[in-house]
Design a protein around this ligand. Structure first.
Ligand code: DX5
Ligand code: ZN
Length: 239
């Protein structure tokens, strides 16, 4: 599928839960992916950590390749790494459909976001909880997705930081209603509603999802809640 075809499909599928494989059972990676597909997942989130940009190491190119072989779902690769420009081509080759880079690692990301698009992938930009929104504002035209971190990246299972909500609200005003606005970290049944009301339409969930027995029920409950919040928000805005 072309880059723009995928963008249109994701926009049409939103609001959506985006499972973060970091919290899955890696001894059964293929089965976990099949369960997520059966549960209605429309995309998968892969957290790449280098032990330098963040104080943790997760997985890299071989695992992205393995996930690519296991599924046709779009792969959203979140690069929590220093010098991402050195690796985007390899991650694209490994099967990434969407590549998100951290503004803290690339303070002037226009050329890199353009390169990601020229590789045929969707380009995403993200910022950590303490990083001001102004740092990414000039680069919004180069983004197919903006990811707001609601925890400091590096570990799953952290508590949601409400500082993300104000950024989501402001981003939703700065972009059109179709824009993919994602939130990552501590998203669960309690925090999803707040994020959806603030304008998020892609919800990365690791711990909350994989600690449930029934992935399908979790994904459909969360999606229904996000839809309700979206409708409420639209009604409030049109008054
Ligand atoms: C944080 C990662 C997240 C995280 C989400 O460093 O970018 O994707 O694993 O997991 P939970 O849902 O456990 O916060
Ligand atoms: Zn992530």
């Amino acid at each position: 599928m072309s880059r723009l075809g995928l963008l249109e499909r994701l926009q049409a599928d939103a609001p959506m839960v985006n499972p973060s494989l970091l919290a899955c059972d890696f001894t059964r990676l293929g089965e976990e992916i099949r369960s997520l597909e059966a549960a209605g997942a429309r995309i998968l989130h892969l957290d790449v950590m280098d032990g330098h940009f963040v104080p943790n190491i997760s997985f890299g190119i071989p695992i992205v390749e393995a996930v690519r072989r296991a599924t046709d779902l779009p792969l959203d690769v979140h690069l929590m790494i220093s010098e991402p420009a050195r690796y985007v081509r390899q991650f694209r080759k490994a099967g990434a459909d969407l590549l998100t880079v951290q503004i803290e690692a690339v303070p002037q990301p226009a050329a890199l976001l353009e390169e990601i698009r020229s590789l045929g992938a969707l380009a995403g930009l993200t910022l950590n909880p303490p990083t001001p929104l102004e740092t990414i504002e000039p680069y919004l035209p180069y983004c197919d997705l903006v990811l707001v971190m609601s925890v400091m990246p590096g570990f799953g299972g952290q508590e949601f930081q409400p500082v993300a909500l104000d950024k989501l609200r402001r981003l939703r005003k700065l972009t059109d209603s179709q824009m993919l606005l994602s939130v990552d970290g501590g998203v669960n049944r309690q925090t999803l509603g707040l994020c959806a009301q603030a304008g998020a339409n892609v919800f990365v969930t690791g711990t909350a999802l994989f600690s449930e027995k029934d992935y399908s029920r979790f994904i459909s409950d969360m999606t229904a809640l996000a839809r309700q919040c979206q409708l409420l928000q639209e009604k409030t805005c049109s008054r």
